[in-house]
Design a protein around this ligand. Structure first.
Ligand SMILES: Cc1cc2nc3c(=O)[nH]c(=O)nc-3n(C[C@H](O)[C@H](O)[C@H](O)COP(=O)(O)OP(=O)(O)OC[C@H]3O[C@@H](n4cnc5c(N)ncnc54)[C@H](O)[C@@H]3O)c2cc1C
Ligand code: SF4
Length: 512
């Protein structure tokens, strides 16, 4: 007979924070941690093997960490049960353990939160939602800021959080007298390329992670992606090493090159910290403080440190606020009425468009692509092609190791596909192939020409861009920041527009 459980402490796969309120407020003598590996989390979207591996490996390591803290835990491994859903296992254990209450920190996915709520309610066990100390702001804080505003803009929210945290502030003024160094942070590598890049730290899978990899290969054999290169941090200690490695070796050049792309260089000066942050192995505040300290100690320039902190203090908090502000309807946003399915090559990388082959190939190999690849290569193509934002969302949620719905959905549906009609972005991120040509060396090895918009050699991005403006002209006319692009559209005569439409139709037919 086990001791009665006072509080059952639910720890989900993206809540691996030993300092969370859930564990800090708990009494290890009376409360019990509950964790479960379930197939549904790998199959509700067709998850990349590296994404499944990362979550399961990190969960298993976390189980060991909390056992060392003296917590008793009920932990269901994937092999130990035949249930597919988290709710089924929870229901079974609530009946058996009869806790006085279930404690939970807000999940990263609305669907999971609903499921837990329903199970607790049906079992008659009170569910208490605890404050999530990981994030810098709360969903309520964001909603208070957003309510009554005609437009939500990151810049103003970011300044509120800069002031509140004191990050990069000198008294009440921004360090360097500027809130924003974006103008300095759009460099390309030029013809000579990036040269020798500092290789990021790699973490060889230990025994426990290797067991998970074997399990994933067996249970999810037909899932996309590869595990041969799996080297992500899966413990807090490893995550801290990865942070230190980034701050020392890549942060100094992060800012200027944050928008650049280069063939066969997946990491450039990016941090690779998103997965560790989203698992909550790292806290956003400690990451921002580490970057700020590097600037104060003269080890990294302000333009890089501000550029990096803006991503975490700004974008990361902003998208979380927006997600909870707009769910559950957010996922159905399709403001441009895009009708098409996702082209099949997104799952294989087999395409003659070199930039897409690179970005998708790398995604399948590592479960990673950096921001500009996601936004201005795979995202841009889907937007111009007219793929339903929900289908694009399901792909992004499946293929990246850092994908959790609260962060992925606003980035995909809002920022990249303009599905929310302009909540996330003040205008669609649309451009021709010339943008990719300017920011990368992809086009040199491509059979298409970014300058051409009709004919066999026309770059599909360029053709689809003009076709996109033409198809959506009426909707886009309502967006002031689109004026210049629409004026350029007017310069195309009718006959050429017909050729562009025909080339776009031909391309869609071939790809579809
Ligand atoms: C279509 C699309 C889908 C995306 N899906 C995800 C996702 O599922 N999970 C995810 O964490 N990020 C997502 N992003 C944001 C961004 O691309 C990734 O955070 C970044 O590429 C992760 O790599 P990194 O850690 O090397 O980031 P870096 O370039 O080093 O940036 C530093 C950190 O800033 C944060 N960050 C940067 N940009 C954003 C952003 N736009 N929104 C939120 N946080 C940001 C991340 O935590 C990241 O680790 C998406 C972006 C787009 C355009
Ligand atoms: S030419 Fe077009 S399709 Fe080819 S790499 Fe450049 S942007 Fe991509």
């Amino acid at each position: 007979m086990t001791d009665p459980v006072r509080h059952l402490l639910l720890v989900l796969g993206d809540q691996l924070d030993a300092d969370s309120t859930l564990l800090q407020q708990a009494d290890s003598q009376q409360d019990r941690v509950w964790m479960a590996e379930v197939a549904q989390e790998a199959t509700h979207v067709w998850s990349h093997k590296a994404r499944i591996t990362l979550f399961l490996a990190a969960m298993r390591h976390f189980r060991e960490a909390i056992a060392a803290q003296g917590f008793a835990a009920t932990y269901h491994t994937l092999e130990s049960h035949r249930k597919t859903r988290l709710g089924e296992l929870l229901d079974q254990d609530l009946k058996q353990l009869r806790p006085a209450a279930v404690h939970l920190v807000l999940p990263g996915d609305y669907r999971v939160y609903q499921e837990i709520r329903e199970v607790c309610e049906a079992a008659g066990v009170p569910l208490e939602l605890l404050t999530d100390a990981h994030f810098i702001d709360s969903p309520e804080g964001f909603a208070d800021w957003a309510r009554g505003r005609k437009q939500l803009r990151l810049e103003y929210y970011y300044r509120v959080l800069r002031r509140r945290t004191g990050l990069l502030m000198e008294q009440d003024q921004p360090a360097g007298d500027k809130w924003n160094f974006d103008g300095d942070n759009r460099k390309t590598f030029g013809r000579e390329g990036p040269g020798m890049l500092p290789a990021p730290l790699a973490f060889s899978p230990d025994r426990s992670t290797s067991e998970v990899m074997a399990l994933v290969e067996q249970r999810f054999a037909d899932h996309p992606g590869d595990l041969a290169s799996f080297d992500w941090p899966v413990t807090r200690e490893q995550a801290l090493e990865a942070l230190d490695d980034f701050i020392r070796h890549r942060l100094p050049a992060f800012g200027p090159y944050q928008d650049a792309l280069w063939q066969d260089e997946p990491w450039l000066y990016h941090s690779r910290l998103s997965a560790a942050l989203n698992l909550k192995l790292l806290s956003p505040m400690e990451v921002c403080r580490a970057a700020e300290a590097a600037w104060r100690e003269g080890q990294a320039p302000l333009q890089s440190v501000e550029g990096f902190i803006r991503q975490i203090l700004g974008w990361r908090e902003y998208v979380r606020g927006l997600y909870w502000y707009r769910m559950p309807d957010y996922l159905d946003g399709n403001a441009l009425a895009a009708p098409h399915d996702l082209p099949a090559f997104y799952w294989t990388g087999e395409t003659d468009m070199h930039c897409l082959a690179q970005a998708i190939g790398q995604t399948l190999e590592y479960g990673y692509a950096h921001h500009i690849q996601r936004l201005m290569v795979t995202g841009l193509y889907a937007l111009l092609f007219g793929v339903r934002p929900r289908a694009v969302h399901e792909w992004y949620l499946a293929v990246y190791v850092d994908a959790v719905e609260w962060v992925e959905a606003p980035n995909t549906i809002g920022m990249s596909q303009f599905g929310d009609g302009g909540l996330m972005a003040s205008k669609p991120y649309c451009a021709t192939g010339k943008y990719i040509q300017r920011m990368s060396n992809y086009c040199g090895d491509c059979r298409y020409s970014p300058q051409q918009r009709v004919g066999d050699e026309a770059c599909p991005f360029t053709t689809l861009y003009w076709d996109f403006l033409h198809r959506n002209r009426e909707r886009l006319e309502r967006i002031p920041r689109m004026n210049m692009q629409l004026r350029n559209l007017q310069r195309i005569d009718e006959a050429e527009m017909r050729s562009i439409t025909a080339t776009a139709r031909e391309h869609r037919k071939r790809v579809g």
